[in-house]
Ligand binder design. Structure first.
Ligand code: MN
Length: 228
């Protein structure tokens, strides 16, 4: 029996709606430019090209309802996204079997230090400095497939201080959930605890300390986050 030489890091856990249970997070994959209107607003071709993914750290996900404005940026943006939580995984998963691996869905924010991401893009550097910072993934409770099924359409909205900033529909995703799971599983071994953030509709923009972010996805739920 071996002892750990330091305290073991806490397991990152997301509440499951309507229960006392928690979903433990293993990895976080995020797709880029999955809504045509957002690709256009970021200056890219909206045509369907192969998907690309980046990662956040598991402990960037934060169900607390507070988002501390991060250091070293003066242009932090909101991106409202559907989170897909996996209960199992594997490699080379077929699209028609992909949804069998989904535990449930939630409402999430892919908070982004846009200025730092922009510099990284320009220099051909990795995106982590813009994407994978502390508490950069505010997330609401997960809703199991048993509770809500597999939502493939429904309004995605984000209000800031009561004003509508982002609006789209899940049915506008360029790469659908089964396609994202199948694609990722060609490159990575997916497993229980993995979370996929499925991209943001157009209307991304900056937040300030004191803002109240209210996200909703029809058929899933709501998420309120205070910028502190
Ligand atoms: Mn995003």
């Amino acid at each position: 029996m071996s002892d750990f030489v330091i305290d073991t890091p806490p397991i990152v856990a997301i509440p499951v709606s309507g229960t006392d249970n928690l979903f433990p997070v293993r990895r976080v994959y995020c797709i880029g430019r999955n809504y045509a209107a957002h690709a256009v607003e970021m200056g890219h071709d909206p045509n369907r090209e192969p998907p690309f993914f980046f990662q956040k750290n598991p402990n960037n996900l934060d169900p607390s309802g507070e988002f501390p404005y991060p250091p070293r940026s003066s242009d932090v943006h909101h991106e409202v996204e559907m989170a897909v939580a996996l209960k199992s995984g594997g490699t080379d998963i077929a699209q028609d079997k992909a949804l069998d691996h989904v535990f449930g869905y939630g409402v999430c924010l892919d908070m982004t230090r846009r200025d730092l991401q922009g510099e990284a893009k320009k220099l051909g550097r990795p995106w982590e400095i813009g994407k994978a910072f502390e508490r950069s993934g505010p997330i609401g409770p997960l809703h199991s497939v048993g509770e809500i099924g597999h939502p493939d359409h429904g309004l995605v909205r984000l209000n800031v201080n009561g004003e509508l900033r982002q609006e789209g529909d899940l049915n506008q995703m360029i790469w659908k959930v089964p396609e994202m799971i199948a694609y990722l599983s060609e490159y990575f071994e997916l497993a229980a605890g993995d979370v996929i953030l499925s991209g943001t509709p157009s209307g991304v923009g900056p937040v300030s300390k004191g803002d109240l972010l209210e996200a909703s996805i029809e058929g899933i739920g709501n998420l309120s986050v205070k910028v502190v």
